[in-house]
Design a protein around this ligand. Structure first.
Ligand code: NAP
Ligand code: G3H
Length: 487
């Protein structure tokens, strides 16, 4: 796979109109592994002229792609799924090196993405329209029928984050393509080698020239140019709230789907099965070192069961495997993506320590590897109560009752997901109904999948809805043709 996308040792190319293009400026960005600082590759810092070419290619390929049958488009997605599985080991190894994923998470990202492609192919074939009789509206006779079908929007700009460079690229590309859109993919810089590899797979799978194009370069340099580009009809973005807000501010009349940051709460009521709850919370908080939008990022527990829960959490945290994926295969907590991220997480830890939170586990750091950390007695004046660490540190906030738990949960600026742990179905619904989030998990950790479920954030956590069927709907619009019958 690499032979075409890499021009000379470790210098990569971009896919533009079916060709792997060398950088015209000769400006590259070094992608270093968060695991050993080795250079994994160099990606072009594309110029605005090169971006224009990618956009123009996507625009020009639109007409031919949208009139292909949905079965033809779906077939390419299925072929890409097969190729992902065939190349699973190589892609997983790239994910390990480029973004420091543990082996199990890297492999499961590939398999999940293949499943996503196949499901999207099937869902695309099941897109339906409707016909509406005119006489159901007051004052109209039965001489009108509206035939409504779904049309692609045009060129989709897909911007993905570093933490799932394969999966969160495909979750945008596949629904866009099956619905007849063409795509320009701008992967996270740390993750762009995986994004380029993915584009190569699509090319092998038979994607026509110009239907999928890639753009690499730092968001801080080319972000504004690509998001305000005249050829973009829809922006499908996953990343931080800060960048999502910025994109919203500078774009005009361009619809967007945004999945942003979170501060997911696990609310634990007094009657919860605490052993199961602790297992779910630890898995939810610390897998891939908490670098997941849906990681459990605060625990809000009724004080009568807090001591017991904290003890169970501590024991499970001590069992977590911590280390470098280049040295160990089975790990839960791995080095963070960058020194900046590790510094940020440690800033939250220091603030909690200074303000009197009780350190239960972890708290220290070796390089960018931050130990899985749990604080008890976190109070609302601490940064850890509100800020998203995107790292392995979780606060326990003790409350008197479920209403206080709901109040604190809803005071967050974020609203991605929450969990509620209880054996009382009435309490589960009482809490779920009052939480201002996209999804409430009852007796489970917060998580995105299964990928055909709706996935969305409210407040600062996003706008629009992902999930296979919902993503297809987001990237299509109704087109009505009205038959007027001369009665
Ligand atoms: P990020 O820094 O916001 O970057 C996300 C993407 O935006 C990257 O491709 C980045 O490119 C690009 N970008 C940066 N500045 C831009 C600009 N001005 N215009 C356009 N694009 C720009 O986020 P991240 O560090 O990759 O991911 C972590 C964050 O994403 C966390 O807050 C997490 O909660 C959130 N996230 C949310 C979800 C969800 O579904 N809700 C899923 C995953 C992650 P560069 O890499 O080149 O800067
Ligand atoms: O990081 C954000 C992802 O959308 C989370 O997905 O819950 O499957 O890890 P996940």
């Amino acid at each position: 796979m690499f032979s075409v996308i890499r021009s000379e040792e470790k210098s990569f190319r971009n896919l533009v109109n079916g060709e792997w293009k060398d950088s015209t400026s000769g400006r590259f960005i070094e992608i270093r592994s968060p695991l050993d600082d080795s250079i994994v590759g160099r990606v072009p810092a594309m110029t605005t002229g090169e971006v224009d070419e990618a956009m123009e290619a996507a625009r020009n390929a639109q007409d031919a792609w949208r009139i292909k049958t949905v079965s033809e488009r779906a077939e390419i997605l299925n072929a890409a799924a097969d190729l992902l599985i065939e190349n699973q080991e190589e892609i997983a190894n790239l994910l390990i090196l480029e973004i420091g994923k543990d082996h199990k998470s890297a492999r499961s990202e590939v398999v999940r993405t293949a499943d996503f492609l196949r499901f999207t192919a099937d869902s695309g074939k099941n897109i339906t329209g409707e016909s509406l009789p005119g006489d159901s509206f007051p004052g109209f006779k039965n001489n009108k029928i509206s035939v409504v079908k779904r049309e692609p929007l045009g060129v989709v700009l897909a911007i993905s984050p570093f933490n799932y460079p394969v999966n969160l690229s495909v979750s945008k590309i596949a629904p866009a393509l099956v619905a007849g859109n063409t795509v320009v993919l701008k992967p996270a810089t740390q993750g762009s080698l995986s994004g380029l590899y993915l584009a190569r797979l699509f090319q092998h799978a038979g994607i026509p020239d110009g239907v999928l194009n890639t753009v690499t370069g730092k968001g801080s340099e080319i972000g504004d140019y690509i998001t305000t580009h005249k050829d973009v009809d829809f922006i499908n973005f996953t990343g931080s709230t800060e960048i999502g807000r910025h994109i919203s501010k500078i774009t005009e009349m361009v619809p967007a789907l945004m999945e942003l940051g979170g501060k997911d709460a696990a609310i634990v009521l007094a009657d919860a099965d605490l052993e199961m709850t602790a297992g779910q919370i630890v898995a939810g908080a610390f897998s891939y070192s908490g670098q997941r939008c849906t990681a459990v990022k605060r625990i809000i527990v009724i004080d009568t069961v807090a001591d017991k829960l904290v003890e169970l959490l501590r024991n499970k945290i001590l069992d977590l495997k911590v280390g470098n994926p280049l040295e160990h295969e089975a790990l839960d907590v791995v080095p963070l993506i960058s020194t900046k991220s590790a510094d940020f997480v440690c800033g939250l830890i220091d603030d909690a320590k200074q303000k009197g939170a009780k350190l239960i586990a972890g708290g220290s750091r070796t390089g960018n590897l931050v130990e899985p950390t749990l604080f008890d007695y976190v109070t609302l004046d601490m940064r850890l109560a509100w800020e998203e660490p995107f790292g392995p540190v979780v606060p326990v906030i003790r409350v008197h009752d479920k209403d206080e738990a709901i109040k604190i949960a809803n005071e967050s600026e974020y609203g991605l997901q929450s969990s509620v742990f209880t054996n009382n179905i009435n309490d589960a619904f009482y809490v779920a109904d009052k939480l201002e989030v996209g999804t409430v998990q009852v007796n489970n950790k917060t998580e995105r999948g299964p990928d055909h479920f709706p996935f969305l954030g409210v407040k600062a956590s996003g706008m629009g809805t992902q999930g296979i069927k919902y993503s297809i709907e987001s990237m299509t619009r109704p087109k009505a043709t009205i038959i007027n019958i001369n009665l």
